[in-house]
Design a protein around this ligand. Structure first.
Ligand SMILES: Nc1nc2c(ncn2[C@@H]2O[C@H](COP(=O)(O)OP(=O)(O)OP(=O)(O)O)[C@@H](O)[C@H]2O)c(=O)[nH]1
Ligand SMILES: [Mg+2]
Length: 322
């Protein structure tokens, strides 16, 4: 882990000419899609009319590397967290006729560590320095994006989402003690495009296709909490349910916003997602390639920028009232 990672987030700078700085952390079990979500952020920003400018140096190198890996002909998705763990990005204002506070420019400092870092220790095992550094970062950050991958809970041998949260949450509560836990949390169900999940969600009436091109399928934010409740009551999703209860107890109901996301999104034909009643080969945007995944076309992220923006808006509103 780099030295940069070990430094706690700095207080927001007072220079009024710079957009406000907000610090987020990504928190999720191994392979829950954290690094791919970062990889999709640039496309998500530009699709929403925002410029996306990583800071020169390691942050620019990181995104350049991802972009190169995902470009034709190889089109590989990232398969592991690559350094640096902490990225600095400036998002330009959303081009909108009457910008709302959430549309304004902001600077984001975001940390992504591999999911194995947060796993519960075995009895008697000393806490790892990496995990302690991450807890330190969480304790001082403005917002946390928790990623839940329903695929992980569906596979019996991997059903361990909860193991990657519980003792890290306890450590965070011990660490924040007097100051209190971070007050802005996004609970993001990832992999909406995963065929069995999308099918079941559509059958239950949670999925709509955008009325405007490219007609991407999505679960609307106002239904995302109900979606999560519904999902976490599937018999095999007990870990998600326990995790939800733990998050509610740790952060409180008011702190949590819910999202259903897909970083790779859906394959387009003539600039449109096909109707969902067509076969999955028509809309699935990735295919397995050895032990990795290949993109079949450009990413079309669904709900990737929105959780980041929502947390930013909440943080800035809170600062305004401080
Ligand atoms: N179907 C689908 N697969 C995805 C999506 N995002 C990521 N994946 C796949 O999920 C796997 C894990 O993605 P990563 O982004 O590396 O997950 P991570 O949470 O960073 O993993 P660690 O760094 O090991 O903790 C990869 O095989 C990706 O190709 C998505 O939106 N849809
Ligand atoms: Mg990763």
């Amino acid at each position: 882990m780099s030295e940069e990672t070990l430094r706690p987030p700095q207080a927001p700078p007072t220079d009024p000419t710079l957009p406000p700085l907000v610090t987020h952390a990504l928190f999720g079990a191994p392979q829950s899609g954290k690094t791919t979500l970062l990889a999709a952020l640039e496309t998500a920003a530009t699709n929403n009319g925002r410029s996306f400018t990583p800071e020169p140096g390691p942050s620019t190198d990181f995104f350049t590397k991802l972009r190169t890996a995902m470009a034709p002909p190889k089109r590989f998705l990232p398969d592991r967290t690559e350094l640096p763990d902490t990225l600095h990005i400036t998002f330009g204002p959303r081009r909108a006729a009457r910008p709302r506070p959430v549309d304004l420019a902001f600077r984001l400092r975001i940390m992504d560590v591999a999911g194995r870092v947060t796993r519960d220790e075995e009895a008697g095992e000393a806490p790892s320095a990496e995990r302690e550094a991450f807890i330190e970062f969480l304790a001082a950050c403005d917002g946390i994006l928790f990623l839940v991958d329903p695929r992980r809970e569906s596979e019996r041998e991997q059903r361990d989402t909860n193991r990657h949260f519980r003792s890290a949450l306890t450590r965070l509560a011990q660490r924040t003690g007097l100051h209190g836990m971070p007050r802005h949390v996004a609970l993001c169900v990832t992999m909406l495009d995963h065929d069995p999940l999308l099918r079941r969600a559509a059958e239950a009436g949670f999925v709509t296709q955008d009325p405007h091109p490219p007609h991407l399928p999505r679960v609307r934010d106002r239904h995302a909490r109900d979606f999560f409740e519904w999902l976490s009551h599937w018999p095999e999703q007990g870990g998600a349910r326990e995790m939800h209860e733990a998050l509610l107890a740790a952060f409180g109901e008011d702190a949590i916003s819910y999202f259903v996301c897909s970083s790779v999104g859906f394959r387009l034909h003539d600039g449109r997602a096909v109707a969902m009643d067509r076969g999955r080969e028509n809309w699935q945007n990735i295919s397995p390639s050895g032990d990795r995944h290949k993109l079949l076309g450009p990413m079309n992220p669904v709900n990737v920028l929105e959780p980041v923006e929502t947390l930013v808006a909440r943080v800035l509103e809170e600062r305004d009232h401080a």
